[in-house]
Design a protein around this ligand. Structure first.
Ligand code: ADP
Ligand code: MG
Length: 272
């Protein structure tokens, strides 16, 4: 079983990428479990054709943990991808990271953490203990950083690289950096900038995902691009991403950068 996690700034395209990745991998005959670890709880929505599945935290609040079965939390989506949403606290109270901890404890108890690939879709603006859980406790072996060429998303990716570097020194954690995914915002010099960022943190650009109108159209039809437009160029990009990740042998420990170093080299790419 391969366990991977996508981390990145909010709104950067993690869930879109994760859902299309899961759909692509399921198309290769693999058994996939996708776990949304963002209080936004919309990670698996396109796989579920627009349905908001109940979140683990909501169920725990309503019924208590003992009363919950696998069928209450794991839902079959497109191509049989199994979908789970951790959920979040009620706005204004509680700890968002706790949802992830509670979800993992429950899924372990229910023996539901299985399949050929588990895809964790995790928010990366804050890497508090809860959100670091997938990498900290030995769940995700490979982390993929999703970023565009915008500085704020590169900063967020760099912060996650810091967390990976720190956690890699712990015995329990097996996590490594699998690569950087550029989800394009069509910024000048973007691909080269993100590739250079990846190189400098001792990693590589594993995929460049173009900004595509197809994503919006598929979303309005409540589907992944892989389902809605399987013959499109964008679907081919997600298939390629799936193969690159599934066969990835080049993982490593990142060397995060200082903030001013990022700004200095970003200038070279953006000014051209
Ligand atoms: P995150 O999970 O990181 O918060 P989402 O996956 O929800 O981000 O994406 C945010 C928005 O960006 C979505 O509405 C989605 O349609 C759009 N989006 C993501 N990737 C692309 C892309 N490659 N091309 C066009 N739109 C995209
Ligand atoms: Mg998301």
């Amino acid at each position: 079983m391969k366990q991977i996690a996508l981390y990145g700034k909010g709104g950067i395209g993690k869930s879109t990428t994760a859902a299309n990745l899961s759909a692509a991998l399921a198309g290769e005959g693999l058994d996939i479990l996708q776990i949304g670890c963002d209080p936004k709880h919309d990670s698996t929505r396109m796989l579920m054709h627009g349905t908001w599945i109940p979140t683990v935290l909501d169920l725990i609040r309503e019924r208590g943990e003992e009363e919950i079965t696998v069928d209450d939390v794991v839902y079959q989506g497109f191509r049989g991808v199994r979908c789970v949403e951790a959920g979040g606290p009620e706005p204004g109270i509680g700890c968002a990271g706790r949802g992830i901890i509670a979800t993992f404890q429950l899924l372990e108890r229910l023996n539901a953490l299985k399949g050929d690939v588990i895809v964790y879709d995790v928010l990366g603006d804050v890497v508090c203990g809860g959100f670091a859980m997938p990498m900290r406790e030995g769940y995700a072996q490979e982390i993929y950083l999703v970023t565009s060429g915008e500085l704020m998303s590169i900063y967020a990716a760099n912060n996650i690289a810091k967390a990976i570097a720190r956690l890699s020194r712990r015995a329990r954690s097996r996590c490594t950096l699998g690569g950087v995914i550029c989800n394009a915002k069509n910024i000048r010099g973007e691909r080269d900038l993100v590739a250079e960022f990846a190189r400098r943190i001792n990693s590589r650009l594993i995929a460049y995902i173009p900004r595509s109108h197809e994503v919006q159209v598929a979303e309005l039809h409540r589907q992944t691009v892989v389902e809605y437009a399987p013959e499109s160029d964008q679907a081919a990009v997600y298939l390629e991403l799936g193969r690159a990740i599934y066969g990835n042998r080049e993982t490593g420990i990142p060397t995060p950068l200082e903030m001013d170093e990022i700004e200095t080299f970003a200038l070279e790419f953006i000014q051209v």
